[in-house]
Design a protein around this ligand. Structure first.
Ligand code: DWN
Length: 421
């Protein structure tokens, strides 16, 4: 087991991880914040709860958005509380990703699919259903064990160029390497991409799904800024990164999941995949949105402050008026939102969540207790602050009886708003 006391827990970022420049624009800083998935066992006090600097800068060379500090991944991921959501929304999405890849790249039964950050293997199981041979790579030993038990072979390791070589040697080259909401979590993404040269077949495809920084800025999704998300990608920095490694982005899909994401397809520059018009179309869209200049990020920071103040006032006003308020969905973005908006157990009685690993714990920083939906339904509040707003449609449908009984939801971003029946 790594001795974490001898490792640098939070290291400042110097050079841009996609283009290597060191010309940064300060964007936002939220001070020292607990880890978004740093759930705690209930206790009288939490003197040793770690907090780390949380802030974002923009690279003026390629316009990657990056955290200012990198927290040691051993701290973040070796025992991980986040389980890929089993929500209808995500199950449908993962099936869609498998079908898109199968159809678009002609994946045939027996073709080899590797997933970086494979969690409990749900996404790879969808590829197994199409006949693919699969292998997961995920450092969370607790989750890798669940995947293995479910029949999805998984290496409990961080993915790196060395892991890529090991997989190619032991299992053969991959026709598809997939990374869903993991690429933004890795500091040495240059090492990951260079590893793909060792792992992919010559016609192989790297499919990477990440939150889209254009959606983050335009929809004010500042609560998705937390220590696990080191990078916030536009197409421009991704193109810069792949081109540095003899690869190129050849196709992109915009997706609604996680507040707006992009599924980016990259292959070797001398490979068979033609670059589709969507690549230049999104580059033009990013430029017309002003995201290649400083002003857009100054505006973003100002709007974040307004939303933080507005949400704090709205929730505290409801509590002062005698309303009982609770959180709904102990998401990483949700714990972050509470900590950076200064909301906590003075305002929220509890937070409900469907994840077994989180129930009975308290939220990081605010120490709001997490209850199962069943326990929450026995004594529902007057109002839920929807911390899992990316599932709003599904959740509001599911909670129609709560709404019909006069209950309300607060949607926190882009502008705090109240939803009632
Ligand atoms: O990048 C990441 C994204 C993909 O997933 C990871 N760094 C961490 C994680 O972020 P998150 O925790 O914000 O993800 P979710 O899927 O938005 O979290 C939703 C939370 O809400 C889960 O804990 C499950 C819970 N939930 C619930 O209690 N009732 C979800 C639904 C749909 C519900 O009905």
């Amino acid at each position: 087991m790594t001795d974490l006391t001898t490792r640098t827990a939070a290291r400042p970022v110097t050079r841009c991880r996609t283009c290597r420049a060191d010309d940064w624009q300060d964007v936002v800083s939220f001070g020292s914040v607990p880890l978004a998935n740093g759930f705690l066992d209930p206790a009288a006090a939490y003197p040793d709860e770690p907090r780390y600097p949380l802030g974002v800068v923009s690279c003026r060379s390629c316009r990657l958005l990056s955290l200012t500090h990198v927290v040691d991944p051993e701290i973040l991921y070796r025992d991980y509380a986040y389980v890929t959501s089993g929500s209808d929304t995500m199950v449908r999405h993962m099936r869609g990703v498998a079908e898109t890849c199968r159809r678009r790249f002609g994946l045939a039964p027996g073709d080899f699919v590797v997933e970086i950050g494979s969690n409990t293997g749900q996404q790879l199981a969808a590829f197994q259903d199409t006949g693919a041979r699969v292998l997961g790579v995920d450092p969370a030993r607790n989750l890798a064990a669940v995947a293995d038990a479910a029949g999805v072979p998984t290496l409990p390791e961080f993915f790196s160029a060395g892991t890529a070589r090991q997989v190619a040697r032991d299992f053969g080259r991959a026709d598809l390497v997939l990374g869903r909401h993991v690429f933004a979590h890795i500091d040495d993404i240059s090492g990951v991409v260079s590893g793909l040269r060792e792992l992919l077949t010559p016609d192989g495809v790297f499919a990477v799904e990440v939150p889209y920084a254009l959606d983050l800025v335009e929809r004010l999704e500042f609560d998705t800024i937390y220590h696990e998300h080191l990078s916030y990608f536009l197409i421009r920095p991704l193109c810069a990164l792949f081109e540095r490694h003899g690869m190129r982005v050849f196709d992109i899909e915009r997706l609604p999941v996680h507040g707006g994401s992009i599924l980016v397809f990259a292959g070797f520059a001398d490979g068979p995949w033609p670059v589709r018009p969507v690549v230049s179309e999104l580059l033009r869209l990013e430029e017309s949105a002003g995201l290649y200049g400083d002003a857009a990020y100054r505006d973003f920071a100002r709007q974040v402050e307004r939303t933080r103040d507005g949400l704090r006032s709205l929730v505290r006003g409801l509590v002062a008026a005698g309303e009982r308020v609770a959180g709904y969905g102990a998401s990483a973005k949700g714990t972050t939102l509470l900590n950076i908006c200064g909301l906590g157990s003075a305002e929220l009685e509890f937070c409900s969540d469907t994840t077994d690993l989180k129930q009975g714990k308290v939220l990081p920083g605010t120490h709001v207790p997490v209850r199962s939906p069943q326990a929450a339904a026995q004594d529902p509040p007057d109002c839920y602050l929807l911390l899992a707003w990316n599932y709003a449609d599904e959740i509001l449908r599911k909670e129609s009886a709560f709404l019909d009984s006069g209950g309300t939801f607060i949607l926190p971003v882009p502008e705090p708003s109240i939803v009632a029946a």
